[in-house]
Design a protein around this ligand. Structure first.
Ligand code: ADP
Length: 467
């Protein structure tokens, strides 16, 4: 089988492994490599230190032995006094082998098992390793000279103790290595299991979600680590999706309801009219009523279309002369206000300029002014005021009249929400005007708020930033 195919097969198999196994495998691999490198370093360090330690003791033994030397008939020998004998005894007990030789290698004297050492002629001062009787010896040779007699002092110790310690360490490492890796693998699997268990829950929750049902949550209770934060973030995202879905469902239900009402009225009117022959005037009346209902349907469809466009559109801004725009709108609606004897008081600052969409802003202010006229009783009063505030301008519309109760206020900007359905429907409203105003203010990075109480002045405030 070609090598590439084998590698590909291995890769596919590895990709199929669970994250938990993969994490553990990487963990073991890294631990193995680290342990291996550390073991090699430890072994080398110990070997080096043990060798140095042995060399040091050989050097100390040499300097101690130098005090024990005497010259006898052209040879250098060990002196045997009470003090020196005890030193020789101690060094022999400690395993040192000391030998005194002539320059051509003849052994003059010594202590310890110095006969075991092979006869050799030292070439230079320093350390050498020599193999004798299956043992490796570390020998320190020193050229000595006493009363014109010259020779060599050789102090030695078997290297066995060092290699034994090193062998022990090696055996310990080789035995403990797989054991440590096995324990680490179990620990790694356990930890990966614990760390990834919320992910299992996330997967189960995600699988339970479908387009109609997104009520289930992960509800993670553990610590707020990365996985915990992911679980909480997903829960919050699901909350938002649920709100959007509920909103969408309510909107569809409300829109169907709003469309059905005029259609039912139209159907009913036609049915009644066709039930028998009518006079031409009766047909004209019916058609006029149908015309009104169709107008309502068109307004509704236009409102919905406009709202959808607002939601999808990103704003193209231009300079809008706000003061001028407000004055024109008030002027346009003044005849309508006059029909109800409503007085409109303007307090608009001159030369106010904002950046925005002129048509959308016109629509926003028209909605508010139109509502003010619609919901202000005859002989009432409307005011339009502007006020500069931090980084923007407030445009305040007030009107006298029935006011709005506190329980209605939070819902006022929702689509199709009407305070008094019958009254509002009579005035031709579909409950979309304020929702549209709200969207336009939001698109301009501004906001709209309302303040009112039953039978008190109603105030709508639009805030627009200058930039
Ligand atoms: P509509 O098209 O039915 O007027 P809106 O969204 O414009 O719908 O208004 C929602 C409701 O808020 C209306 O039904 C009305 O009861 C109330 N409302 C709006 N503007 C005023 C106002 N200026 N004064 C009193 N009530 C108002």
């Amino acid at each position: 089988m070609p090598l590439i195919r084998i590698i590909n097969q291995q890769q596919t198999r590895f990709n199929k492994m669970t994250l938990r196994v993969r994490l553990t495998a990487w963990y073991i691999l890294l631990l193995g490599v680290t342990l291996g490198l550390f073991s090699v370093y430890l072994y080398g360090l110990l070997k080096h230190n043990l060798s140095r330690q042995m060399d040091r003791t050989l050097e100390v033994t040499v300097s101690e032995t130098l005090n024990l030397l005497i010259e006898q008939q052209g040879k250098i020998k060990l002196k045997h006094t009470l003090g020196s004998d005890s030193v020789i005894h101690n060094l022999t007990e400690a395993g040192f082998v000391v030998r005194l030789t002539s320059r051509d290698g003849n052994v003059w004297d010594g202590f310890g098992h110095y006969q075991l050492l092979p006869q050799f002629v030292s070439q230079e001062i320093g350390f050498t390793n020599i193999k004798a009787q299956d043992k490796l010896w570390r020998i320190y040779s020193l050229k000595i000279s006493l009363l014109n007699t010259q020779g060599w002092l050789q102090v030695s110790q078997p290297l066995q103790s060092v290699s034994k310690t090193l062998d022990h360490l090696l055996a310990l490492m080789l035995l403990s290595f797989p054991l440590v890796l096995m324990i680490a693998a179990c620990g790694g699997l356990f930890l990966a299991d614990r760390a990834l268990s919320p992910i299992e829950r996330i997967i189960r929750t995600a699988e339970a979600i479908n387009q109609d049902e997104i009520t289930c949550r992960i509800n993670y209770q553990g610590s707020l680590d990365e996985v915990g934060r992911l679980a909480n973030t997903l829960d919050r995202m699901l909350d938002r999706l649920q709100t959007a879905l509920d909103h969408e469902r309510r909107f569809t239900a409300d829109a169907s309801h709003e469309l059905r009402t005029p259609l039912t009225v139209i159907k009913g009117r036609i049915g009644v009219t066709l039930s028998r022959l009518r006079s031409p005037q009766e047909y004209v009346n019916t058609l006029q009523q149908l015309d009104q209902e169709v107008d309502r349907l068109i307004r509704l469809a236009n409102g919905l279309l406009f709202l959808t466009r607002l939601e999808q559109e990103s704003l193209v801004t231009q300079t809008v002369e706000l003061s001028h725009l407000l004055e024109i709108l008030v002027e346009q609606l003044a005849p309508l206000a006059e029909t109800k004897n409503i007085e409109i008081i303007q307090n608009i600052e001159l030369n106010l300029i904002v950046y925005g969409h002129a048509d959308y802003l016109t629509s926003l202010f028209l909605n508010l002014l139109d509502n003010a006229i619609k919901y202000t009783p005859n002989q009432g009063m409307i005011t339009v005021t502007t006020a500069l505030v931090d980084k923007g301008v407030n445009i305040v519309f007030t009107n006298t009249g029935l006011g709005i109760s506190p329980q209605d206020l939070p819902h006022l900007f929702e689509r199709f929400y009407r305070v008094e359905e019958a009254r509002s429907r009579q005035t031709g409203g579909a409950g979309l005007g304020l929702a549209i105003a709200y969207e336009i203010a939001r698109l301009h990075q501004g906001f709209i708020s309302v303040d009112s109480q039953p039978n008190q002045i109603t105030t709508f405030t639009v805030n627009l930033p200058f930039q």
